[in-house]
Design a protein around this ligand. Structure first.
Ligand SMILES: [Zn+2]
Length: 173
């Protein structure tokens, strides 16, 4: 599958609470494959299904930007089991072009999910991996990194993003 178009703020798909995946089947594996391709061609370190307009609980994460197949994680119905510690680092989002802001995240997270074989797996993330996992799981609840900022900062960035969206629109139709 070729890379999919990435939804950009204020696309309403980014604000939906996604439904759990009922069955891991061929259609879901195909979507996951398309998301991996999209992630690698962006390039980015994480992508959630609503960012390609699919309102299901599916995320892909690869801190190696496609350089190390061992780092690619595809997580179906991911849910945090525990979170510890704190980190404050700059973060961006493929759906918020040009936005880079410091966001507080957990230092360590343990996530339970299904893999593409439908088996339950546990994933422990620390540092950057914990950050990406929390960022992508936020997307499944319609939450964006903007929501972690102060109101003043958030309003400023929203105005900027909407202006940019209007200016860019003719090139995307
Ligand atoms: Zn994002």
């Amino acid at each position: 599958m070729a890379a999919l178009p990435i939804r950009v703020y204020p696309d309403p798909a980014l604000r939906k609470r996604c439904r759990p995946v009922g069955r891991v089947d061929a259609a879901l594996r195909e979507l996951a494959g398309g998301m991996v391709e999209t992630l690698h061609s962006a390039p980015g370190v994480g992508l959630a299904a609503p960012q390609v307009g699919e309102e299901v609980r599916l995320i892909v994460v690869d801190l190696s930007l496609g350089q190390d197949p061992g780092q690619l994680r595809v997580l179906v119905n991911p849910e945090p089991l525990s979170a510890e510690g704190e980190q404050m680092e700059e973060e961006g989002c493929l759906s918020l072009p040009g936005v880079h802001e410091k966001v507080r995240r957990s230092m360590r997270v343990r996530v339970r999910a299904l893999n593409l074989q439908g088996e339950e797996i546990l994933l422990d993330g620390e540092g950057p991996l914990a950050r990406v996992l929390e960022h992508e799981m936020d997307h499944l609840d319609g939450k964006l990194l903007l929501d972690h900022l102060t109101r003043a900062k958030r309003d400023l960035l929203k105005r900027r993003l909407k202006k940019r969206g209007r200016a860019a629109a003719p090139w995307f139709v």
